[in-house]
Design a protein around this ligand. Structure first.
Ligand SMILES: NC(=O)c1ccc[n+]([C@@H]2O[C@H](COP(=O)([O-])OP(=O)(O)OC[C@H]3O[C@@H](n4cnc5c(N)ncnc54)[C@H](OP(=O)(O)O)[C@@H]3O)[C@@H](O)[C@H]2O)c1
Length: 333
C-alpha cells in the first residue's frame, strides 16, 4: 500500500501566493488496475502558468503541474516498471495513472535517453520550457541571420533557451533579466548585450534598450508583458515579429496599463502572435531531440535552480515567481 502526499489549492490566490493557499494532504493509493501504472515522482516542476491557471480551478483542487517520475508498479506494457516518465500528474509524490484516461494535451510519455544529462531536464530544456523556446521562437519570430532579437525573462527556463537558439541562428541577442548575476550568466552564454531591468528602472529602460539595440529590434520574444514590452514595441523595426509567450509581470497583480500599442502595429507593419506550446504537440519530440543535439554539440547550455524536498513546493513556486531562480526552477522530492 502506498501513501501519496499531495498539495491542495485550498484558497484562491490574491496577489503573490502565500502559505494559506496550500495544504499538504495524504492519500492511500490502491494497487494499479488493468492498463494503469504507479508513478513515483523524482522531480517536480514549478512554472509561472500555475499562478494564472489555478484561478480557474475551485478551492480543494490538486495543484497542477508536470513531473519526472519512476514507474514502480505497472499493468501497462507501454510503461514498464523501472522506466522514467514525464506526466502532468500535479503536485503529488505518487500517482496511479491510466494513460488512456488522460486528455490528449497532457498524455504521459516515457523519457528518451538524455545521455549523461540529468532526468530533471525533462521539465526544463528537454521538456515543456525548452519546446516553448524552440517552437515559440522559431515558428513565430522566424529569425534571420544578422537580425536583432530581444528576449525578456531572459535568464529563466524559456528565455535562456530562446536567446541561445537566436545565437545559433546568427542573430544579435539582447537579454533582459532582473539581477546583475543573471545578466553576467547570459553574457557567458553568448548574449551580445543585457539589461538589468531592476537596475535601470522603468524610466531608464528605453534608453538602455536603445544602447543595446542601436539598429532597432527585429524579433521580440516576450515573457513578461507590461512596461518592458511597451518599450520594446516602440523600438521595433519595420516588419518586426513578436512572439507573445507570457506576461509574468502581471500574474500576481491587476492588469497593468500600458499605452495603446496599435500605432506601432500599423506604421511598422508588425506581426504579433500569442501561443500555447501544446499547439506543437504533434512535433513534441522534434523540439526535445533538437535541443538535446544542441546541448551535445556544446551550443546550448542549461542551468537549474533545484529545491530539495516535496514539502518545499509552495516555497519554490513563490521563489520562482519573484525571480529566485536562474534557469529552470525544479523541486527534487
Ligand atoms: N505560452 C506558453 O506555452 C508558455 C510555456 C511556458 C512558459 N510560458 C511563459 O513564459 C514565461 C517564462 O516562463 P519560465 O518557465 O521560463 O519561467 P522563468 O523565467 O524560469 O521564471 C520566472 C522569471 O520571471 C521573472 N519575473 C518575475 N516577475 C517579473 C516582472 N515583474 N517583470 C519581469 N520579469 C519578472 C523572474 O526573473 P527576473 O529575476 O529576471 O525578474 C523569474 O525568474 C512566463 O511568462 C510563462 O508564463 C509560456
Amino acid at each position: 500500500m502506498v501513501v501519496a502526499r499531495k498539495w491542495i489549492y485550498v484558497k484562491p490566490f490574491d496577489g503573490l501566493p502565500k502559505d494559506e493557499n496550500f495544504k499538504l494532504e495524504e492519500e492511500t493509493l490502491p494497487e494499479p488496475a488493468d492498463n494503469e501504472f504507479l508513478a513515483e515522482a523524482e522531480f517536480l516542476s514549478v512554472d509561472p502558468y500555475m499562478r494564472p491557471y489555478m484561478a480557474s480551478y475551485p478551492a480543494g483542487s490538486l495543484m497542477i503541474g508536470g513531473q519526472v517520475a519512476k514507474v514502480t508498479a505497472s499493468r501497462n506494457d507501454s510503461f514498464p516498471v523501472g522506466s522514467y516518465v514525464f506526466g502532468n500528474f500535479g503536485w503529488r509524490t505518487h500517482t496511479i495513472v491510466n494513460p488512456d484516461k488522460v486528455s490528449g494535451d497532457s498524455k504521459p510519455y516515457v523519457l528518451p535517453s538524455f545521455g549523461q544529462h540529468p532526468r530533471s531536464l525533462a521539465v526544463g530544456v528537454l521538456g515543456m520550457p525548452g519546446n516553448t523556446a524552440y517552437f515559440g521562437f522559431l515558428e513565430l519570430c522566424r529569425p534571420k541571420e544578422g537580425e536583432t532579437v530581444v528576449v525578456s525573462g531572459a535568464a529563466g527556463a524559456v528565455g535562456s533557451v530562446v536567446g541561445q537558439i537566436a545565437k545559433i541562428k546568427g542573430c544579435r541577442v539582447v537579454g533582459i533579466a532582473g539581477t546583475a548575476a543573471k545578466c553576467e550568466w547570459l553574457r557567458q552564454l553568448g548574449f551580445d548585450a543585457t539589461i538589468n531591468y531592476r537596475e535601470v528602472g522603468q524610466d531608464g529602460f528605453s534608453a538602455a534598450l536603445k544602447e543595446c539595440a542601436p539598429k532597432g529590434v527585429d524579433c521580440y520574444f516576450d515573457n513578461v508583458g507590461g512596461y518592458i514590452s511597451a518599450a520594446v514595441l516602440a523600438q521595433m523595426n519595420l516588419y518586426g515579429r513578436i512572439s507573445v509567450c507570457g506576461t509574468i509581470s502581471n500574474y500576481n497583480d491587476a492588469r497593468v496599463q500600458v499605452p495603446d500599442p496599435q500605432r506601432e502595429f500599423v506604421f511598422k507593419q508588425l506581426c504579433q502572435e500569442g501561443f500555447i506550446v501544446t499547439r506543437w504537440n504533434k512535433r513534441w519530440m522534434e523540439g526535445i531531440m533538437q535541443n538535446l543535439r544542441w546541448i551535445e554539440e556544446g551550443k546550448l547550455s542549461y542551468q537549474e535552480t533545484v529545491t530539495e524536498g516535496f514539502e518545499q513546493m509552495p516555497k519554490a513556486f513563490v521563489s520562482m515567481l519573484t525571480g529566485g531562480n536562474t534557469g529552470k526552477a525544479v523541486v527534487k522530492v
